[in-house]
Design a protein around this ligand. Structure first.
Ligand SMILES: O=P(O)(O)OC[C@@H](O)[C@H]1O[C@@H](OP(=O)(O)O)[C@@H](O)[C@@H](O)[C@@H]1O
Ligand SMILES: [Mg+2]
Ligand SMILES: [Zn+2]
Length: 174
């Protein structure tokens, strides 16, 4: 399971509001393709409060995800499911990370167990969502990761520079 902004693509404090603002991080698409080629199921679990804030629409989120799939396909990569929370923080929904709702949805929809499955993120709320879901939290230094590490709270044991480093360890341990 992967967080999106800051793990797959560059993040922005101004939100990723369009396909034009969506730029894969170096190596992230190849890392995802390596997982797909090795038979792994990939779920993307992402907060997209920009929808609830009126900054962009569900259609834009879906267009960004279609673009990700389009760029993954020639590499042999594929995302098996996208799960996102469109709600603003004040909605107090059950799916916004750090709550585990997105991860629980993904595991149910794609029929995989949460126990022992890595959730790779760049923020404290990703780590907390993973722990709440019974998954394995993995922090990367890309996106907000360096800031998350500097904050120092709630850090997992497993920290890597980027998604490619996580995938290399996963596939070597397999
Ligand atoms: O990292 P994931 O979950 O894939 O997506 C994060 C985005 O939804 C946005 O989340 C926002 O947090 P608030 O939702 O405004 O608290 C901000 O951190 C933005 O910079 C960021 O682009
Ligand atoms: Mg993120
Ligand atoms: Zn939600």
């Amino acid at each position: 399971m992967l967080d999106r902004d800051g793990v797959i693509n560059a993040d922005s404090d101004a939100y990723i509001k369009s396909v034009d603002e969506w730029h894969p991080l170096p190596g992230s698409l190849e890392a995802m393709a390596r997982l797909s080629r090795a038979g792994w199921v990939i779920a993307v679990c992402t907060n997209q409060s920009g929808v609830g804030r009126g900054l962009f629409t569900d259609a834009t989120v879906n267009a960004i995800h279609a673009e990700l799939q389009r760029q993954l396909a020639p590499l042999g990569g594929h995302v098996d499911g996208f799960f996102y929370c469109p709600h603003p923080p004040e909605a107090d929904c059950s799916c916004r990370k750090p709550k585990p709702g997105l991860l629980i949805q993904a595991a149910a929809a794609l029929s995989f167990p949460l126990q022992g499955v890595p959730f790779v993120g760049d923020s404290r709320r990703d780590m907390d969502a993973a722990r709440a879901a019974g998954a394995t939290p993995v922090l990367v230094r890309t996106g907000k990761g360096a800031r998350t590490i500097a904050d120092g709270a709630g850090l997992p044991d497993w920290i890597e520079n980027d998604l490619m480093a996580v995938v290399t360890r996963l596939l070597n341990d397999d």
